[in-house]
Design a protein around this ligand. Structure first.
Ligand SMILES: NC(=O)c1ccc[n+]([C@@H]2O[C@H](COP(=O)([O-])OP(=O)(O)OC[C@H]3O[C@@H](n4cnc5c(N)ncnc54)[C@H](OP(=O)(O)O)[C@@H]3O)[C@@H](O)[C@H]2O)c1
Length: 265
C-alpha cells in the first residue's frame, strides 16, 4: 500500500493518471496533479473531494514539453509539498502512422511529450528525490514512468508511439542503474489497452481492454512492491512477449496480416 507519501502525478487530468491520482489521494498521500489545463485539474480535485473531503490534492499546471519550466516547477513542487517522495510520469500523447501520410511533425509531437516530456519531468523532480534521506527501504524515493506494452514488439502503425515508449523503457532502465547508488528506485509501467480519451479514437480491436480504475489498481500494487517493470494485463503481455521471441513468425506471417487488417479499417 502506498501511504503518506508526497507524490507528483503528471497526465492526471484524465484517464489512467486521473484514476491513479484519485486512489493515491484517497489513501492518505499528499498528491500534486499536473496537466496543461487548470480547469481540468480543478475538476479532478472536486471529484476527489466529493468522495474524500479531507483529501490532500493540489493542482500544478505544467506542460511537459516546456523545457524552460524545469527550475520553476521544482520550486513550485517544493512550496506545495515541502519535498517529494515519488513522481509518476503519466503524461502521454498517441498518434498512429497513416501509410498515405508519413509525417515527420507527427513523430516530433509524439516524442516531444513521451520522451522529452519524460526527460523534462525527471529534470524537475530529481533534485527533490535526491534530497530525501531514507531511513528504511520503504522510505526510498521512487521514480515511476508509464510507458506501454506496445514497446515489447513492433506493431503496425505504431512506429512513432511504440518507439517512443520503447525509448522510455530504455531511458528508465538506464536511469535505474545510475540512480542505484543514490537509492532511488525506478519502476516502468507498461499497460495494455485501457479505455481512456486516448484510446477512444482507436479504430482497431483492442484485446483485453481494461478500465482506468483496474489499470490504476495494477499500477498501485506494482509500484508499492517497487517492481522494476509492471506489465499488464498478463495475457496481452505474454502474447506480445511470445511474438517477440519468435520474430520469424511475427514479422513474416502474423504481424503483416494484422497490418493488412488494420489498414482496411
Ligand atoms: N490508454 C491506453 O490504452 C494506454 C496504454 C498504454 C500506455 N498508456 C499511457 O498511459 C498514459 C496515460 O494515458 P491515458 O490513456 O490515460 O490518456 P489520456 O486520458 O489522454 O491522458 C493523457 C494525459 O497526458 C496529459 N498530457 C498530454 N500532453 C501533455 C503535455 N504536453 N503536458 C502535460 N500533460 C500532457 C493530458 O493532460 P492535458 O491534455 O490536460 O494537458 C492527460 O492528462 C500515457 O502516457 C499513455 O501513453 C495508455
Amino acid at each position: 500500500m502506498i501511504r503518506r507519501k508526497r507524490i507528483w502525478v503528471t497526465g492526471a487530468s484524465s484517464g489512467i493518471g486521473k484514476a491513479l491520482a484519485l486512489k493515491l489521494a484517497a489513501n492518505n498521500n499528499r498528491v500534486v496533479i499536473s496537466g496543461r489545463s487548470a480547469e481540468s485539474l480543478e475538476a479532478v480535485i472536486s471529484e476527489c473531494r466529493a468522495t474524500v473531503a479531507s483529501a490532500d490534492i493540489q493542482p500544478l499546471v505544467y506542460d511537459v514539453t516546456d523545457d524552460t519550466a524545469t527550475a520553476s516547477t521544482t520550486a513550485q513542487l517544493n512550496s506545495l509539498l515541502g519535498g517529494l517522495d515519488m513522481v509518476i510520469i503519466c503524461a502521454g500523447h498517441c498518434e498512429y502512422v497513416d501509410n498515405a501520410e508519413f509525417s515527420v511533425e507527427m513523430f516530433r509531437r509524439v516524442y516531444d511529450v513521451n520522451v522529452f516530456g519524460a526527460v523534462n519531468t525527471v529534470a524537475a523532480a530529481l533534485p527533490m528525490l535526491r534530497a530525501v534521506r531514507a531511513k528504511t527501504s520503504a522510505d526510498r524515493p521512487q521514480l515511476v514512468a508509464v510507458a506501454s506494452l506496445s514497446a515489447v514488439v513492433g506493431l503496425p502503425r505504431a512506429e512513432a508511439y511504440g518507439s517512443s515508449k520503447a525509448a522510455m523503457n530504455y531511458l528508465f532502465d538506464s536511469m535505474r542503474l545510475d540512480l542505484h547508488e543514490a537509492k532511488i528506485d525506478v519502476t516502468v509501467v507498461n499497460p495494455g489497452f485501457v479505455e481512456t480519451p486516448m484510446t477512444s479514437k482507436n479504430d482497431f480491436p483492442m484485446p483485453f481492454l481494461m478500465q482506468p480504475e483496474q489499470a490504476a489498481d495494477c499500477m498501485m500494487s506494482g509500484i508499492a512492491a517497487r517492481k522494476r517493470r509492471v506489465n499488464f494485463p498478463l495475457r496481452l503481455w505474454l502474447s506480445l512477449k511470445l511474438a517477440s521471441m519468435i520474430p520469424a513468425l511475427w514479422y513474416s506471417v502474423v504481424g503483416p496480416k494484422l497490418a493488412r487488417n488494420n489498414a482496411k479499417m
